[in-house]
Design a protein around this ligand. Structure first.
Ligand code: NAP
Length: 322
């Protein structure tokens, strides 16, 4: 997103801030990178982005992060990551990057609130929910259309909702919605789920959940609030309308890497190309988490990449200083 910085000039500190390690993003990848850089006494600065903790902070329970056999709340896990990084000297800034210049070191990073000159940079900007791009979706977002069951589930007490998607997120969030909603209809474009076996078992056995297979939503209908979805069976081509109060969309994510285009190498989907040492095509710029991971995208793998990127930034700066 391009921001007109002239409108913000009064809030921008006169002097750019010099930092050794600047971490962009505060999810498991960013906060783990900050922990490792902080323990090397490099006083990293973490720019949170729009949401402290990123996607995991919107997750009700994380059940597959090692060390928490009973699961851990997404927000609780983020707080623990933050506390641990801060304990060793990381500084968390509630700020979002608008522009980067990676053409020379120190790298120049412009944010809503100022400018940073960073000797090394760790890109941990994560990913954002993909949209269905059907009529009614934009107009009814916040009026029944949602991308976060943990945030909005409560508003659908005793209501009928649709969940779109067949991956882990759709099934996990669908199960979460059973706490509130009267019924959950999972609409999936194929006849089998992509989600893991355990989640599938829980969902198929749940009395409040039913599935509509081989179907796509072609429109979301409503004015002040969602009233129905239009469905198309992709096999029979039959069209129908299903009355519902809410539509939760979990059809995957796209990496938040737009501002690096033309400076960091990336694939056609926007995932930054990362080598085995978390490095990019620009020496001193490292990537961790979903911004550079189209495959695993788990809290634990993102945290692992963050730790590795933090260690690499420390090594890089050590070499620069001889
Ligand atoms: P995902 O695994 O990419 O699944 C996206 C789902 O949405 C797929 O079922 C896909 O259908 C469907 N889809 C994609 N585009 C669509 C469209 N335009 N219209 C309708 N349906 C569409 O994404 P995710 O579920 O968000 O998971 C992302 C990553 O996070 C995965 O690696 C997942 O394992 C991980 N995750 C893990 C957990 C956990 O372990 N507890 C929880 C959440 C997420 P197809 O199947 O036909 O492609």
């Amino acid at each position: 997103m391009e921001i007109n910085l002239t409108n913000l000039s009064s809030t921008i500190p006169a002097e750019p801030q010099q930092v050794k390690v600047l971490v962009l993003g505060s999810g498991p990848a960013g906060l783990s990178a900050a922990l490792y850089a902080a323990r090397a006494e490099l006083n990293p600065v973490v720019l949170t982005g729009m949401v402290l903790g990123g996607q995991v902070s919107l997750t009700y329970t994380v059940e597959n992060y090692p060390g928490f056999p009973e699961g851990v709340g997404g927000q609780e896990l983020v707080k623990l990551f933050q506390k641990q990084a801060e304990r060793f000297g990381a500084r968390i800034e509630y700020d979002t990057v608008t522009q980067v210049d990676l053409s020379k070191r120190p790298f120049r990073v412009t944010t809503y609130n100022g400018i940073y000159l960073a000797d090394s940079l760790i890109v941990a900007t994560g990913a954002s929910s993909r949209h269905l791009e059907v009529p009614g979706e934009v107009e009814l977002t916040g009026r029944g259309v949602s991308y976060c069951a943990t945030c909005d589930g409560w508003f659908f007490k005793d209501k009928d909702v649709v969940v779109v998607g067949g991956g882990d997120s759709a099934i996990e969030e669908g199960l979460f919605l059973t706490r509130y909603a009267k019924s959950i209809t999972i609409v999936h474009r194929r006849s089998e789920l992509r989600a893991g076996a355990v989640l599938q078992k829980h969902a198929t056995e749940h009395p409040k959940i039913r599935f509509i297979w081989n179907s796509a939503i072609s429109a979301i209908v409503g004015d002040e609030a969602v009233k129905a979805v239009r469905l198309k069976n992709l096999v029979t081509k039959e069209e129908s309308e299903l009355p519902v109060d809410g539509v939760f969309i979990f059809i995957g994510h796209d990496p938040n890497t737009e501002i690096f285009k033309g400076q960091l190498n990336m694939d056609t989907r926007g995932y930054i190309s990362v080598d085995a040492s978390m490095g990019t095509n620009v020496p001193g710029v490292f990537v961790a988490g979903e911004a550079g991971d189209p495959i695993f995208r788990q809290v634990v793998t993102s945290a692992g990449m963050g730790a590795a990127a933090g260690m690499q930034a420390v090594r890089f700066l050590g070499k620069q200083e001889g």
